[in-house]
Design a protein around this ligand. Structure first.
Ligand SMILES: [Zn+2]
Length: 258
């Protein structure tokens, strides 16, 4: 398998192209700004683009994660700037990609990582399955960004009110208690089985059992990926950091879990 690594020059080129693209966006927004009527309007949001850190400026996992959380705060505040969606940036990606983080999350339509972290094209390598459960096939995709494209950060992202985890909790609880489970048209038996370890491990946790299972599933997945054959050495060498988070549909915020 051939991979494209074009460091140095490409990164410089991209930063320049990105700055040009942002500048082109910024000028009309600022000139249209005029009288500030207060509040955070579209022009204010556009003006903020100039201050938005580019994920490609960072090499360390901690800095990339901080920048992603900054993006998440913009999303939560309703002022995303949608970086790296301009034509110049898109053109710069034809030669290759250097995603700064891999994200493994749920298929849920409300949890699109590029939106949640206010990122753009080429920034994140995303793998999604129902309930963010994985198996050998999926884990190859999850590990591709860190292992082949040198992304120094891998984020496992669960989310509030996850339908897959909720359904698995209902099914496993019903099986355990020998109670009748209402037939569900879209039951995902493989996913339910994959979530069994999280169900078992979350027993005895305080609070809502589904919330506990969502968090536990993230933590178990983080641990499993740290030990994955494709990733264990990178983690041991300090070249890859794996973090877990849970996304709140209510607030729009990602909370790191540990
Ligand atoms: Zn989900």
């Amino acid at each position: 398998m051939s991979t494209l690594h074009i460091h140095g020059n490409r990164r410089t080129l991209i930063t320049g192209a990105g700055a040009l693209g942002l500048g082109a966006l910024l000028v009309p927004a600022l000139s249209a700004c005029g009288d500030d009527g207060g509040g955070l309007g579209a022009s204010d949001a556009a003006a903020q683009t100039a201050d938005v850190p580019d994920l490609h400026e960072f090499d360390s996992a901690a800095d990339i994660w901080d920048a992603m959380l900054d993006g998440n705060q913009r999303w939560a505040d309703g002022v995303p700037v949608h970086p790296h969606t301009d034509l110049e940036w898109r053109d710069s990606l034809v030669e290759g990609q250097e995603p700064r983080a891999a994200v493994f999350t749920c298929v849920d339509s409300r949890v699109a990582p590029e939106l949640v972290f206010d990122a753009g094209a080429g920034d994140l390598m995303v793998t999604r399955t129902a309930g963010n459960v994985f198996d050998p096939l999926v884990s190859e995709s999850v590990s591709y960004g860190p292992a082949a494209l040198e992304s120094p950060l891998l984020v496992v992202l669960g989310h509030q009110k996850c339908g897959a985890v909720t359904a698995a909790h209902e099914a496993l609880l019903a099986a355990e208690e020998g109670t009748e489970l209402e037939e569900h048209e879209y039951a995902l038996p493989e996913t339910v089985e994959a979530l069994r370890p999280a169900y078992e491990a979350a027993k005895g946790e305080s609070g809502d059992p589904v919330d506990a299972m969502i968090k536990t599933n993230v933590l178990l997945t983080v641990q499993a990926l740290k030990e994955h054959p494709n990733l264990a050495e990178l983690v041991a060498d300090g070249e890859l950091t794996v973090v877990g988070g849970v996304y709140s549909l209510e607030t729009g915020l990602v909370t790191e879990v540990a």
